[in-house]
Structure formats: C-alpha cells, structure tokens
Write a protein that binds this ligand. Structure first.
Ligand SMILES: Nc1nc2c(ncn2[C@@H]2O[C@H](COP(=O)(O)OP(=O)(O)O)[C@@H](O)[C@H]2O)c(=O)[nH]1
Ligand SMILES: Nc1ncnc2c1ncn2[C@@H]1O[C@H](COP(=O)(O)OP(=O)(O)O)[C@@H](O)[C@H]1O
Length: 212
C-alpha cells in the first residue's frame, strides 16, 4: 500500500557566490532536475542583459518602483549590489512555503543575513566558490554578457563576497557543474528529512503506534 506522504514545511535554499562562480548555472539545472523547488524571482533596478527574460530572470523595475516596494514591506529582504538594487518579493515566497514547497534563492550575503535574522529555521544556505581567481575571471569573460568595465567591477567585489563564506551552512567548490548540482541535490534531500521540518511526523508516528 502507498502511504500518504508526511506533510512538511517548505525550506528556503540560498545559493550565494561571487559573480561568475556559477550559481545561475547550478540553479537552472537544479530546477530542471527537481520539480519540488521553485525559483524566487527577484526585482532589480539593473538593466536587462541579452538573453534575459522579464519575470523569469528578474522583474526589472525602476528605482521609484523599487523604493515603493521596499517602503510598503513588499520585499522579504533587499540590498544594493554593484550600484543596483535587488530584492525578494515577499508574497510568492510565503505562498510557496505555506504550501510545503521549497524555494531557491540566488541572492548575496546581505540578503542571506536578512533571511537568517528573520527565518533561520526555514533557511539552508550554500556558498559556491570558484576553483580559482583566474578561473572566476575566465568565466566572467566567457559569459560575454558584461562590458570589460563591469567585469573589472565584479572581480573587484569578488573578494568582498567571498569573505562571507563562513556564514553559510554548506560550501561547494564549483569545478564541475554536474557534480555541483548533485551536491546541492544531496543537501536538499537531507535537509528535507530534518525532523523539525516534517510537521506531519507526530501524527504519522501516532498512527504507527496505534496499530502496534
Ligand atoms: N540581496 C539580494 N541579492 C540579490 C538578489 N537578486 C540577485 N542578487 C545578487 O546580486 C548579485 C548580482 O546579480 P546579477 O546582476 O544577476 O549578476 P550575476 O550574479 O553576476 O549573474 C548576485 O550576487 C546575486 O546573488 C536579491 O533579491 N536580493
Ligand atoms: N563548473 C563550471 N565549469 C565551467 N564553466 C562554468 C561552470 N559553472 C558555470 N560556468 C560558466 O561560467 C559563467 C558564469 O556562470 P553563471 O552561472 O552565470 O555565474 P553566476 O550566476 O554565479 O554569476 C557562465 O558562462 C557559465 O556557463
């Protein structure tokens, strides 16, 4: 007989890294492989890159609209990165978690700290490191989506982002994309089994005991 799945709370899985280390690539593959997790789409004031889709990669807004959302409490967290504003819309995340679905975040250390302060029990954080500094620069160039000036700015900020690595629950060195995705899947699998997240466990155990 197939038992009913034990109900559980959704979790917030955060991936952070210096720009270019590969978190967007890892996130996309994870979303393809795991139907149980959905991406939190951020709002940003940064210009759209070639190949990006509004509402899929980001919601692209102007600064007055971003400020309005922040002031009215519509953002779960927000931060300034590379001179642009980024933030997580609150309502979609709260709906997903309430329905027992997991949410994936591609946000920086400032946003991760805000989530940790407000919802530590629901948070699982992963820091993605590049294999080396030269490989990070090579990846920023091969992505070919930013000007030389923007790339230089991102390299200059990399050390700052990396300095927060020890605030994360897990750390992955992104040598091989496939291995990194498999590692994130393993983290997700274990974290879903945490006793405190399986809110349906007491009722389930009671039903098992009742039949003994
Ligand atoms: N705090 C916060 N950071 C974000 C959010 N969305 C994106 N970021 C971070 O902003 C930084 C720049 O993102 P992006 O412009 O897409 O560049 P990329 O990471 O190099 O592809 C990255 O470190 C993202 O993780 C958000 O909603 N909140
Ligand atoms: N493990 C990897 N090996 C080689 N190239 C990678 C790897 N992971 C990502 N990349 C490439 O590096 C570039 C930056 O990756 P991206 O996912 O956009 O980084 P981030 O989202 O962290 O800024 C992209 O061109 C991507 O295809």
């Amino acid at each position: 007989m197939n038992a009913k799945p034990i109900s559980r709370r959704g979790l917030m899985l955060v991936l952070s890294s210096p720009s270019g280390a590969g978190k967007t690539t890892i996130s996309r593959r994870l979303l393809d492989r795991d139907p149980g997790i959905t991406m939190s789409v951020s709002v940003t004031t940064r210009p759209m890159r070639p190949g990006e889709q509004p509402g899929v990669d980001y919601y692209f807004v102007d600064l007055p609209e971003f400020d309005r959302m922040a002031e009215q409490g519509e953002l779960l967290e927000h931060a300034r990165v590379f001179g642009n504003c980024y933030g997580t819309p609150r309502s979609t995340v709260e709906q997903a978690l309430g329905a027992g679905r997991d949410v994936l975040f591609d946000i920086d250390w400032q946003g991760t700290q805000q989530l940790a302060a407000n919802a530590r029990n629901d948070l699982v954080s992963v820091f993605v490191l590049p294999p080396s500094g030269t490989e990070l620069e090579r990846r920023l160039h091969t992505r070919a989506q930013d000007s030389a000036e923007v790339i230089a700015q991102r390299m200059a900020k990399a050390s700052d982002e990396i300095s927060h690595w020890a605030e994360y629950d897990y750390v992955i060195v992104n040598n091989d994309v496939d291995e990194s995705v498999t590692a994130v899947q393993a983290i997700l699998r274990a974290e879903r089994l945490r006793r405190t997240r399986q809110v349906g466990l007491p009722a389930f155990v009671q039903s098992v005991q009742a039949a003994l």
